[in-house]
Design a protein around this ligand. Structure first.
Ligand code: GLV
Ligand code: MN
Length: 195
């Protein structure tokens, strides 16, 4: 859902001092074949973290040839029991395909209706733009999927980190009221994310 391109390509100059909506184009003379190919998905992501999952982005920041084309992809790796935690993409719908393993894939609508299904290799899913969603590895072994977006930089608001690991922190009074729990519960959650 990014705006349409006005030229064949506009390989991002990520280091420009000019600030625009997106990234300015590299001069054509500096464009090489390397701008249009990306090796970042060859390697499995390192899932040794609290969530047991790793999203490797293939977006304009890692793959500058995508600039202005309105598309990008991620590789999502999950250890057994690993979770790609509830998050939303403000600028894109998402579709994905499971390559390996068994994933519980779910999203929640703005009316709080929850849609989910367990998927295995070859099965696809879609998450409408902006809706909160997750993937949980419910299989015995590791799992991975590839996801695709209609934005060169979909953005991701990761709910647990947004709410409990922001800088500066959201005041406890906001979170105790929002979640109807005591201060100590909020502190316990915040401490899990090192804040
Ligand atoms: C999965 O939800 C992803 O954002 O890649
Ligand atoms: Mn997502």
């Amino acid at each position: 859902s990014d705006p349409d391109s006005l030229q064949d390509f506009c390989v991002a100059n990520l280091n420009s001092s000019i600030s625009v909506n997106g990234f300015p184009c590299k001069p054509d003379a500096e464009v090489t074949l390397h701008d249009f190919f990306f090796d970042g998905f060859i390697k499995e992501g390192d899932t040794t973290n609290v969530f047991g999952s790793k999203v490797t982005p293939g977006n304009v920041l890692t793959f500058p040839g995508l600039n202005t084309l309105g598309i990008s992809m991620n590789r999502v790796d999950l250890a057994p029991g690993g979770l790609n935690p509830p998050h939303s993409h403000p600028r894109a719908s998402e579709t994905g395909v499971v390559i390996e393993g068994k994933l519980l894939v779910g999203f929640i609508t703005t009316d709080n209706v929850y849609y989910s299904k367990v998927l295995t290799a070859g099965q696809m899913f879609v998450v409408p733009k902006g809706l909160v969603h997750f993937q949980l590895n419910v299989g015995e072994g590791k799992a991975h999927a590839f996801t695709a977006f209609n934005s060169h930089l979909p953005g991701a608001a990761i709910l647990p980190l947004n709410l409990f690991a922001s800088t500066p922190a959201i005041p406890n009074g906001v979170l105790t009221k929002a979640f109807q729990v005591e201060d100590k519960v909020i502190n316990a959650i915040k401490s899990k994310f090192g804040s």
